[in-house]
Design a protein around this ligand. Structure first.
Ligand code: ARG
Length: 462
């Protein structure tokens, strides 16, 4: 009998029920956390005199052996065990007998699983944070190299005003920085130890001790909440969903920019794929797949929110459903960040195409209007004059910069030779020097601040 609860049962579990109920196939990935929690619990039981010091020592050593045997592949996760907690405990009892049977004093699988998941998520938060930090370094590098790479800024996918590639990437820097900020605040909020459930115990457990041993700030303030709280996981999934949304928007731009119509970038061969029929094709599959995987990451969040919404206090088996979706979302987002990082780091930017595109889309029309305003024309009138000039250019298939001064003066006698300087791409961008704008001086300040931010340690890194 591999079950922990055989005592009050007279019949074997139905095979389908066993398969339906078991979680070992997916919670085996919590083995490190489970063993770590048991080591801390055993040490505490010994310290409190609930078991003897020798028993505690025997348990801790045997747990170390089980850990080593799992890692070396000597101990396999065979399907007679229900979950990772039973697996570890059954093997412990196999190895050391009666002392092993004492480990479960003053705890339940419900606080074990709550603990394991929290320990696991705490590690994953840090890992995702590290991946994002690396990705931000890659983005920052592109920014540093492209302070003068002019391109159109878009609204409604229509060319609006000229910006630089550094500025455009700076917007993504901010998005992924916010994702990291969510992770950092989550680390602080989730740092409470759930060991010692459901209604507390009558044994003199030292919950402060186990909390400290496991690197938590404090034990959970309410034992019922401790075993039934998955808010931190929902917050993590929400951050992952937001991060994935950012990746998906970025993907969308990579796909557009890589198209024959834009040709702003070239994706490295290592990060694109070909067509089985059309030899000329180099497809942005990776960006498309990242965009496509957004659905399953959102799905994980929606799934857990829905699972949790009808659960009365405290633990209910529904909560076992938190794992598969969470693991899938975590694996997916981590892979996507790595892939995107590599794709951006190896991507070529066609600076000439970007600049030509910025030139050809009347992105300097606002600056032309501002030029007239400086000469005393009211903005609304200036807007009308430039609008008519744009129409005139569209008819002739040329840019504002291509007109002669005489042509300009047909629309307003305020135009002079200095109009060319005023509406050149360089001027249009360089004049934009407000905080957060694409002008060189503003961007240099932004890059310096971003560099500093990446040097400082965040709460998730500490
Ligand atoms: N496998 C369970 C889960 O993941 C562990 C807790 C089981 N507790 C119980 N009372 N059946 O939620």
């Amino acid at each position: 009998m591999a079950q922990l609860w055989g005592g009050r049962f007279t019949k074997e579990t139905d095979a389908l029920v066993k398969r339906f109920n078991d979680s070992l196939p997916f919670d085996q990935r919590l083995y490190r956390q489970d063993i770590r929690g048991s080591v801390a619990h055993a040490a505490m039981l010994g310290k409190q005199g609930i078991i003897t010091d020798e028993e505690a020592q025997t348990i801790i050593e045997a747990l170390g052996g089980i850990l080593a045997d799992i890692e070396s592949g000597k101990l396999e996760f065979t399907d007679q065990y229900e979950d990772i907690h039973s697996f570890v405990e059954a093997h412990l009892i196999d190895r050391i007998g009666d002392a092993g049977k004492k480990l479960h004093t003053g705890r339940s699988r419900n606080d074990q699983v709550a603990l394991d998941m929290k320990l696991y998520i705490r590690d994953e938060v840090r890992e995702v944070d590290l991946l994002l930090k690396h990705f931000l370094q890659t983005i920052l590098h592109v920014m540093e190299e492209n302070l003068d790479t002019f391109m159109p800024g878009f609204t409604h996918l229509q060319k609006a005003q000229p910006v630089t590639l550094a500025h455009h990437f700076g917007a993504y820097f901010e998005m992924f920085r916010r994702d990291r900020e969510h992770l950092s605040s989550l680390v602080l909020r989730m740092n409470t130890c759930p060991l010692g459930a459901l209604a507390g115990t009558t044994y003199p457990l030292d919950r402060e001790f186990t909390a400290r041993e496991l690197g938590f700030d404090i034990p959970t303030r309410n034992s019922m909440d401790g075993v039934s709280d998955r808010d931190y996981l929902i917050e993590f999934l929400s951050t992952l969903a937001t991060c994935q949304m950012h990746l998906s928007r970025f993907s969308e731009e990579v796909i557009l920019w890589n198209s024959n119509e834009y040709r702003f970038i070239e994706i490295d061969d290592g990060f694109s794929t070909g067509s089985s029929i059309m030899p000329q094709k180099k497809n942005p599959d990776i960006a498309e797949l990242v965009r496509g995987k957004t659905g399953r990451v959102y799905g994980a969040l929606a799934s857990l929110m829905t699972t949790m919404k009808g659960i009365p206090l405290a633990y209910n088996k529904d909560m076992q459903e938190d794992k598969e979706v969470a693991f899938d979302a975590i694996d997916t987002v981590k892979d996507n960040i790595r892939l995107f990082d590599g794709m951006i780091a190896t991507m070529k930017f066609r600076k000439d195409v970007m600049a030509a595109s910025a030139k050809n889309g009347f992105t300097n029309a606002t600056d032309a209007a501002d030029y007239l305003v400086l000469k005393g024309v009211p903005f609304r009138d200036a807007h009308g004059i430039i609008g008519r000039l744009v129409l005139y250019c569209i008819d002739r298939n040329c840019a504002l910069d291509d007109l002669s001064v005489d042509e300009f003066r047909k629309f307003s006698d305020q135009f002079d030779e200095d109009i060319y300087e005023a509406i050149s791409l360089e001027t249009c961008v360089e004049k934009r020097l407000t905080e957060g704008a694409p002008g060189r001086a503003s961007m240099e300040r932004a890059i310096e601040a971003s560099r500093q931010y990446l040097e400082d340690k965040t709460d998730a890194e500490r």
